[in-house]
Design a protein around this ligand. Structure first.
Ligand SMILES: Cc1cc2nc3c(=O)[nH]c(=O)nc-3n(C[C@H](O)[C@H](O)[C@H](O)COP(=O)(O)O)c2cc1C
Length: 209
């Protein structure tokens, strides 16, 4: 099978900017709801891109909250992404819902959420996940998988209190740019962007595919 020959037609929908709300977060919520209803696998998974100097890096994370001004995800603040975000707080999120032939691109500024909110989310996670977050020095080189398992066992055996480590918590991305992409026939896709132009004021435009 040649990659050149892989070719899909997109035909599930279209976008009309005149029918889209003034607030892109509202539109995101509509699409997100549809992605959940469509049983998209891990509909809340998205690619988070950050930069170190002029070098970008990307990884998948899980979106855990959508509020009226942005998006929340959780991670290790000392991970590669955490270090990059402390150098440059601008980041992007990218959702691809393949079965709906949709992509959403979001850009904005990220800051750490309140520690109390991070605590609340941390203790809501299954105990095993809490332990893993505590014992895993995310993004550091480790000797072996065995080393991690030993840490996990010694943590469990010593009956240490489960407490959110200071270096683990949430980030809130406040968006200033959105693109909603809906696949179209013959590669004439719909791309509607929103740029922030004032407090809670957005300007919509259509981009060429
Ligand atoms: C479906 C999926 C969901 C993930 N969710 C998270 C997440 O919510 N938080 C997180 O820190 N890493 C998550 N990861 C792991 C990251 O992709 C990445 O490996 C890790 O955060 C380390 O990235 P970094 O070294 O660039 O900081 C997820 C990976 C996948 C494939």
């Amino acid at each position: 099978m040649k990659l050149h020959d892989l070719r899909q037609q997109y035909k599930k929908g279209s976008l009309n900017e005149d029918n889209m709300p003034a607030d892109p977060i509202l539109f995101f919520k509509e699409w997100f709801k549809e992605a959940m209803q469509y049983h998209q696998f891990e509909a809340n998974a998205c690619v988070l891109s950050t930069t170190a100097g002029n070098r970008p890096s990307s990884r998948v994370i899980l979106l855990k909250e959508i509020d009226s001004d942005g998006f929340v995800f959780f991670t290790n603040y000392l991970s590669r992404k955490g270090k990059e975000l402390s150098d440059n707080s601008f980041a992007s999120l990218n959702f691809f819902w393949a079965d709906l032939e949709r992509q959403v691109r979001i850009e904005g500024k990220v800051s750490k959420i309140d520690q109390v909110e991070s605590d609340r989310y941390f203790i809501s996670r299954p105990i095993e996940s809490q332990i893993s977050a505590i014992i895993s020095p995310q993004s550091s080189v480790i000797e072996s998988k065995m080393e991690l398992l030993k840490r996990k066992n010694s943590f469990i055996n010593n009956d240490v209190n489960l407490q959110r480590p200071e270096n683990w918590g949430g980030y809130h991305l406040i968006p200033d740019y959105f693109e909603f992409w809906q696949g179209g026939a013959d590669r004439l896709h719909d791309r509607i962007i929103y740029k922030i132009i004032g407090v809670a004021q957005w300007k919509k435009n259509r981009l060429a595919p």
